[in-house]
Write a protein that binds this ligand. Structure first.
Ligand code: URA
Length: 231
């Protein structure tokens, strides 16, 4: 395997951060400063990044049904965190693939494969995410048109990418977005003069929240689900 691939797989560094680390001499292979990301490694070497030994492990890919009131973080001083729900060894090493708000429920992916995580969460990724939204006020047809055209959110340079809104009832809709700006769904509805009172993520790309999972439960992804996230 290439050194840069190894490091982005077994750390939370993206490929470009790994390249920077190699260029600045922060990566050692068997005590020798690595010079190039394409250096081949066989698997028995001692590889360190900033002095920390990076070890290969069996990568894990999980889907969790996030309950209300949990924070998408590895620790929090006020609220329970989603990794508290995971009863696996090395649970602290799991990365949360994108965040949901405290009051949002639904699909959360966790992995220790940094590259796979990056494919979904990189700002350039257009990986669709689907949410079921409940609002305080009726959802108008102008809202769908506004979201399809792109919404200029306060403090953002660019309008949102075109998003698809499917009305389910007067106060409920399914929204598919192709990026993941901070509080994006709530801010989009606020820009349309509405207020989100319930938010549930149903899918990320082709990965659907398994209806057999109750809030708080999780399962390993299938090989097809893992493969569905393409570079
Ligand atoms: N958009 C939001 O506003 N909140 C979430 O939790 C996810 C998307």
């Amino acid at each position: 395997m290439r050194l840069d691939k190894f490091l982005s797989q077994y750390t939370d560094h993206s490929r470009s951060l790994v390249q920077q680390a190699i260029k600045s001499g922060r990566v050692l292979v068997d005590g020798v400063t690595a010079k190039k990301g394409d250096q081949k490694i066989a698997g028995h070497e001692i590889i360190t990044l900033d002095g920390t030994h990076i070890e290969a492990f069996q990568t894990r890919y999980l889907m969790l049904h996030k309950p209300l009131g949990y924070v998408c973080a590895n620790s929090d001083s006020e609220h329970p965190v989603v990794v508290d729900l995971i009863r696996l060894p090395r649970w602290q090493e799991l990365q949360i693939v994108g965040r949901l708000d405290l009051d949002t429920t639904g699909l959360v992916l966790l992995t220790d494969d940094g590259q796979w995580n990056h494919r979904i969460t990189s700002p350039r990724s257009e990986c669709p995410k689907t949410y079921r939204v409940t609002t305080a006020n009726p959802i108008t047809s102008e809202t769908a048109a506004l979201f399809a055209a792109g919404v200029q959110l306060h403090g953002e340079k660019m309008p949102t990418r075109p998003a698809q809104l499917e009305l389910i009832s007067s106060h409920e809709a399914r929204l598919q977005i192709h990026e993941g700006k901070y509080h994006q769904v709530k801010r989009m509805f606020a820009a349309a003069g509405n207020l989100v009172v319930g938010l549930h993520r149903e899918s990320i790309g082709d990965i659907q929240l398994d209806p057999a999972l109750a809030p708080g439960e999780y399962r390993a992804l299938t090989a097809d689900e893992i493969k569905s996230v393409v570079p």
